[in-house]
Ligand binder design. Structure first.
Ligand code: ADP
Length: 603
């Protein structure tokens, strides 16, 4: 459809009308409340900065502030604002403001849903308008302006756990501070740096901190912004981005998710032509400026393997810096950064928290501290304690509890035996990670969870460990079968995970009768979709995978049948208390084993 100015005017009129209508609706909903002065969110945030509020109540869709003289002001806030802005609550607490989190009254819930509908409507409308106006690149221009005003205030001190990456990037900071000096001595600075690593490890943060350290503007764009339905839009956005960058004596251009545009060009996909145009434009732009102009393009990706080789040639993204998940020391340092602004009680030991969070990314850790601060605020406390951090870790690890989910007695019982099956197998197999927690409180999408937590950072897995993992995953299904005589769909995810582990053991780790040979499955982006091995081999690969999973199933069967009493005792206890920690599980298994031995000797 072609959009004419008349269409746009009509859209604006309709939007305006609906806005007025929803405001009237919302005002009507609120009329039953005691008079509290309504102010704009920006004024509310200014009042926080000015220190005029002594208490803030956070409701799902609004904040109510109490001034020093007891008068109250309130403002509508986007739903989830406090949770989404990780430092919001910690900042308030640091300013000595009392924070209360309220679930919100029925009226608030009602108006919250009205607000959601309104926001969703405007979001959709905005999205539609954004998509049909090719030349706009709001995020870039806005960010550039913000950065220009004061430079980004983030520095290397705000990033931890990635020391090697920081060391490599220091040189770029030096160059950006004095581009002339490097040029004069003939130094060659990379035009493009590729930050490679999983999500949430701080790649964006690192790029921002380079801009902050060097005091240059930071221009942000995401690869997925460039890939549009309309041919030519992406390329025009790339042009705009670099045009903006050239306006400054030095700048950082950051492209997140480079793989969205930079996928190898042979791949077939719908927006194939559009992506190719965008990618070509990016290559043209990067070749177009001289190395000493003072523009450094930093891109982030999790999949360097699928990038078009042209992107990695000299003069483009010819330097790769790996940004991995933090190790123990890194995690402790990241926790320290994020808890800088939050008062912590003396029982908090960040080293212990870091030890208990192997595999967590920087973003997970930031989230953990934020969750803990929210918990403390909800309980009306002004500092976070060890228990808050522990609960927050479980939430980040296993998803939020869904106590509201109604399960039938039958489902609860099946879930209890299922989780008890996992737990007993995990507790009794020598190569398994220790149990952290077993629960039949639904979390995330699962009805119950058995969590293990390694005692240290694992970088490799032994065959015995992976085999134990397969048996543990099968333990749930086996226990259902033995104790309830039925099988349910509850094991679906376990089966999927077990099959994936077995597939990798056969195809990647050389842990099958094939010996140390790798079998690669072609990805959707592969130029040649043909399989790299014969039909006969494919069949054998399938058999090997099945054998490994079945071996795990057999092991689980033996353990569960041999320790029926322990599984039953654990399941019954779970039905009573819902959650057990490692100590609880150990005690129950130990007791039922002792009883078994006692019964045998009495005979
Ligand atoms: P990525 O770009 O790698 O996906 P981000 O830089 O967007 O990750 O990280 C998201 C948030 O997580 C950051 O804003 C920061 O609060 C936190 N974070 C991630 N990694 C680190 C780190 N290494 N040090 C400190 N904070 C981190």
């Amino acid at each position: 459809m072609r959009i004419t100015p008349r269409h746009r005017r009509a859209a604006v009129l309709v939007t305006g009308g609906l806005l007025v209508l929803s405001l009237v609706l919302l005002a009507g909903l609120r009329s039953g409340r005691p008079p509290v002065r309504e102010i704009a969110l920006s004024d509310f945030l200014t009042a926080i900065d000015a220190g005029s509020l002594r208490q803030i109540e956070i409701e799902p869709d609004r904040f109510v502030g109490v001034n020093a003289d007891g008068s109250r002001v309130q403002t509508a806030a986007p739903i989830g604002y406090a949770a989404a802005h990780q430092t919001f609550v910690p900042d308030l607490i640091a300013r000595g403001i009392r924070v209360e989190v309220k679930p919100g009254s029925a009226g608030a819930m009602f108006s919250a849903s009205a607000l959601v509908v309104t926001l969703a409507f405007f979001g959709l409308l905005g999205f539609a308008l954004y998509r049909i106006s090719p030349g706009r690149l709001p995020s870039v221009e806005q960010d550039a302006r913000q950065a220009l005003k004061g430079g980004t205030s983030i520095t290397f001190a705000d990033v931890a756990g990635v020391d090697e990456a920081k060391d490599e990037l220091k040189e770029i900071v030096e160059f950006l501070r004095e581009p002339g000096r490097f040029g004069a001595i003939g130094g060659r600075i990379p035009k493009g740096v590729l930050l490679v690593g999983p999500p949430g490890t701080g790649k964006t943060l690192l790029a921002r901190s380079i801009a902050g350290e060097a005091g240059v503007p930071f221009l942000f764009a995401s690869g997925s912004d460039f890939v549009e339905m309309f041919a030519g839009v992406g390329a025009s956005r790339v042009r705009k981005l670099f045009k903006e960058a050239r306006k400054h004596p030095a700048s950082i251009v950051f492209i997140d998710e480079l793989d969205a545009v930079g996928r190898s060009r042979g791949s077939q996909s719908l927006s194939h032509e559009e992506r190719e145009q965008t990618l070509n434009q990016l290559l043209v732009e990067m070749d177009g400026f001289s190395p000493n102009l003072g523009i450094v393009v930093i891109a982030a990706t999790n999949r360097p393997d699928i990038l078009d080789k042209a992107l990695l040639r000299p003069g483009r993204f010819d330097r790769q810096v790996t940004v991995g998940n933090p190790d123990l020391r890194g995690r402790e340092a990241i926790l320290a950064i994020h808890s800088r602004k939050v008062p912590t009680s003396p029982d908090v030991d960040l080293h212990a928290v870091a030890r208990g969070t192997p595999g967590f990314s920087g973003a997970d850790l930031a989230n953990l501290v934020n969750e803990a601060a929210l918990r403390a605020a909800r309980a009306g406390r002004s500092s976070i304690d060890a228990h808050d951090l522990e609960q927050a870790r479980d939430k980040v690890l296993m998803g939020a509890e869904r106590r509201s989910l109604v399960m039938t007695d039958d489902e609860r019982k099946t879930t209890a035996y299922h989780e008890a099956g996992h737990a007993v197998v995990a507790a009794l197999l020598p190569h398994a990670d220790p149990i952290h927690k077993v629960t039949i409180i639904p979390r995330g999408r699962a009805l119950g969870v058995m969590m293990q937590l390694p005692e240290f950072d694992r970088h490799t897995h032994s065959k015995a460990f992976l085999e134990a993992q397969l048996a543990i995953l099968m333990g749930g299904r086996v226990a259902e079968e033995i104790f309830t005589g039925r099988i349910t769909s509850g094991a679906g995810n376990d089966i999927e995970r077990a099959t994936e582990i077995a597939r990798r053991m056969v195809c990647e780790f050389g842990m099958s009768s094939f010996g140390p040979v790798a079998f690669r499955r072609p990805g959707p982006w592969d130029e040649d979709p043909g399989v790299g091995y014969s039909e006969a081999t494919a069949r054998r690969v399938d058999d090997e995978i099945r054998d490994l999973v079945m071996k795990g199933y057999e092991t689980a069967r033996q353990v569960v049948s041999r320790h029926r009493a322990a599984v039953a005792a654990l399941a019954e206890e779970l039905l009573q208390v819902e959650s057990l920690d490692a100590e609880g599980v150990k005690a129950i298994i130990h007791d039922s084993e002792r009883l078994k031995v006692a019964a045998r000797t009495a005979l």
